[in-house]
Design a protein around this ligand. Structure first.
Ligand code: PRP
Ligand code: URA
Length: 212
């Protein structure tokens, strides 16, 4: 796969370790959920690396100090249903006041094309930094459809966060939306003939919610 300046693959040992546990077919539903939440929090650190700061004064017990606090736009998380919800839960632990939007998309099992069935977004989303959340970037169809919806709303700042990505999905997203930064927990080998990420972790939604 070509390397893209907008694509960051997390190389932190803790994230790699947790993703290894996530991949294991013997990891149970409870642990799977907890791991997704934890990995999402760690990925959010990378996604927030470039948040602007502004100086402020604080009285410590010893002195008055000029220090930094976050400035600029507030955050909105857009969870691609179903599996993206677990990532929103994780990041809300770090940024509890973030607004949360929901985009219902499922992948038709025959065509592998995304079908939109639900959409509810914060009314002020255009004024916010937006993180689009989905654990799996496979063909890229769902992510591209979500980014199409958000770009139509003139949102200036959007990042896509996925726990696992396939090269096919990364390339498709880059082709459709080259301006969108993509943050991946890990980049896998390829897609199989059913559009599943290999080695991957299986069906994320089914493993989070215990469905099949
Ligand atoms: C999964 C996953 C992504 C999509 C990725 O969702 O959570 O949304 O597939 O595949 P793509 O990159 O080829 O579009 P799924 O359609 O299984 O829905 P679910 O989360 O409701 O189970
Ligand atoms: N969606 C999933 O949940 N898993 C895959 O491997 C591909 C798409």
């Amino acid at each position: 796969m070509a390397s893209y300046p907008n694509v960051t693959v997390m190389d932190h040992p803790l994230i790699q370790h947790k993703i290894t546990l996530l991949r294991d077919k013997n990891t149970n539903v409870r642990d799977f959920r907890a791991l997704c939440t934890e990995i999402s929090m760690l990925m959010a650190f990378e996604a927030m690396r470039d948040l602007p700061l502004e100086p402020t004064e604080v009285e410590t017990p010893l002195a008055t100090a000029t220090v930094n606090r976050l400035a600029g736009k507030k955050l909105a998380l857009v969870a691609i249903l179903r599996a993206g919800l677990i990532m929103a839960d994780g990041i809300l632990n770090l940024v509890p006041s973030a607004r949360v939007g929901h985009l219902g998309l499922y992948r038709d099992h025959e065509t592998l094309k995304p079908v939109q069935y639900f959409r509810k977004l914060p009314s002020d989303i255009a004024e916010r930094n937006v993180f689009v959340l989905d654990p799996m970037l496979a063909t890229g169809g769902s992510a591209i459809a979500a980014l199409d919806v958000l770009k139509d709303l003139n949102i200036a700042s959007i990042k896509l966060l996925c726990i696992l990505g396939a090269p096919e999905g990364v390339e498709a997203v880059h082709k459709a939306h080259p301006d969108i930064p993509v943050i991946l927990g890990a980049l896998d080998s390829h897609l199989n003939d059913k559009g599943y990420i290999v080695p991957g972790l299986g069906d994320a939604g089914d493993r989070i919610y215990g469905t099949r």
